[in-house]
Design a protein around this ligand. Structure first.
Ligand SMILES: *Cc1c(COP(=O)(O)O)cnc(C)c1O
Length: 242
């Protein structure tokens, strides 16, 4: 389909990717990091499978989704593309086994109750699922808070580490929502870096850090993010909730 100015959806997405890769490269240069150490995960929630297909054609390897039903359908429709699927949304324990059946990475593990069903789903599918523990950067008691309290990470990590079909890879976090009374992304991510340093003492092999979205990827790269989750800066404003 062509836009009013004659550009195709493919052109739009290619331009978005170029912009984001440029931002990652600049942020890495500023931080003295190698851009090859920062994996772009394109967040495709609300966008159609046809966009996922274009992303794959344009060289994207990793995509992220945050709602189980939508993710399951899209992953099935795009199964031929060889993409790595990241589940980045709030997880219900009764959906966790189903998520582990198609997700290659589950980034939003924030309570021990999720571990057994994730293990079951991964085992049934006969694959190993990479797991990130989502840590909350919101003030305690904040509305809509998601993610584990930093104090709960050791217990959660131990539960994942014991599971034969789950591989503990690291941590994930989302900066507090603007206007929520939480910190600005730069300050919140500085806290995250401190939490990660402590976490790595006990789990030196779990060095992934998924942080940074369209608005704050530079702040995340500065503190050592290995994965950035970018939606709108690549794909444009999200279509309305269906
Ligand atoms: C939607 C979403 C993103 C991407 O957000 P953008 O601002 O569009 O880049 C990243 N992480 C999570 C957890 C999300 O739900």
């Amino acid at each position: 389909m062509n836009g009013a100015d004659g550009t195709t959806r493919r052109d739009q997405i290619a331009a978005g990717l170029e912009t984001v890769h440029g931002r990652i490269a600049t942020a890495c240069a500023d931080a003295g990091r190698d851009p090859a150490d920062v994996q772009l995960v394109v967040v495709t929630k609300f966008f159609p499978a046809s966009d996922v297909r274009l992303l794959a054609e344009l060289g994207v390897s990793d995509v992220g989704e945050n709602r189980h039903q939508e993710a399951e359908a899209k992953a099935a429709e795009c199964a031929d593309l060889g993409l790595r699927w990241h589940f980045i949304g709030g997880l219900q324990s009764n959906k966790a086994a189903a998520v582990a059946a198609y997700a290659d990475v589950v980034e939003s593990v924030d309570r021990a109750k999720l571990v057994a069903p994730l293990e079951r789903g991964a085992e049934r599918r006969g694959h190993v699922v990479d797991v990130l523990l989502q840590v909350s950067l919101d003030p305690p008691g904040a509305e809509g808070r998601s993610g584990a309290d930093p104090d709960d990470l050791p217990t959660l990590a131990a539960a994942v580490a014991q599971s034969s079909h789950l591989r503990l890879r690291g941590l994930m976090a989302v900066a507090p929502l603007p206007g929520s009374g939480g910190e600005e992304p730069a300050a919140a991510f500085a806290h995250l870096a401190a939490i990660r340093r402590e976490f790595l003492v006990d789990h030196p092999d779990a060095g992934w850090l998924s942080a940074g979205m369209s608005g704050d990827l530079e702040d995340a790269v500065r503190v050592g993010a290995t994965h950035v989750r970018i939606g709108s800066a690549v794909l444009g404003p999200r279509p309305k909730f269906k």
